[in-house]
Write a protein that binds this ligand. Sequence first.
Ligand code: SF4
Length: 257
Amino acid sequence: MAGAIQEVSLATQKCDERFATGEFFDDDFVFGAETSTDEFICWSVRRFRGWRTVLTTSFGMEGCALIDMYASRQRTMQISYLDTGFFFKETYALIERMKERYPHLEFVNRGTTLTPEEQASTYGAELWKTNPDLCCRLRKVDPLARVLASADIWVSSIRRTQSPSRADTRMVEWDPRFEVLKLSPLAYWERDEVWQYVQDHDVPYNELHEKGYPSIGCTHCTVAVEGSTPSEYTRLGRWSGIEKTECGLHLIQSGSG
Ligand code: SF4
């Protein structure tokens, strides 16, 4: 254990040196599966103090766990979320529980101001069926771009094993699309570890996870997955019946929905 901590300390030292020279881990990275998430978060809080940092969440189980990790290390922090207007009532209830649990954090809705009615009138009824990529762009990607336009650091809770498109996620990487340094402290976590964490630390989570919803988005595009349990993750319940698997927030390479 002492050896592992020393190794991570050397890694953080190396990171500090590389940041001092302006390198942003485009070619390789020094944090990996063996990195202590605890130390990584402590390092990032120290290293990026004074940088404009945004933690975004959609209040999935991973996001709630990550908020808890930062909450114990930050006296104040702004948590941004993008209310699409199509959240489940259970998600709105969870947001209120998170606010009560972490009163020193500021939860800010940075979602679209385009109402569902305006969207229907401009782009047609049920856009999530006729053009889900456009719907996601209007209600998720464009609002996120506005949030990140004034940020230096974007903290995200995505994990490598959530989907093939997230398999190469690094704990520190440059996001050329939004032009921010992206931190993903949970990149190497597995879902059962996240589930264990929220139980051990009494972290609020969406009760839909216990009703067969491993991944939770908008009501129009999320269904339960038969046999699913909170400790298992799949995106099968998202955009069921069409090829779409991502809303477009975390596609570093393609830049499309
Ligand atoms: S998940 Fe569905 S309803 Fe939500 S923004 Fe994307 S297409 Fe629209």
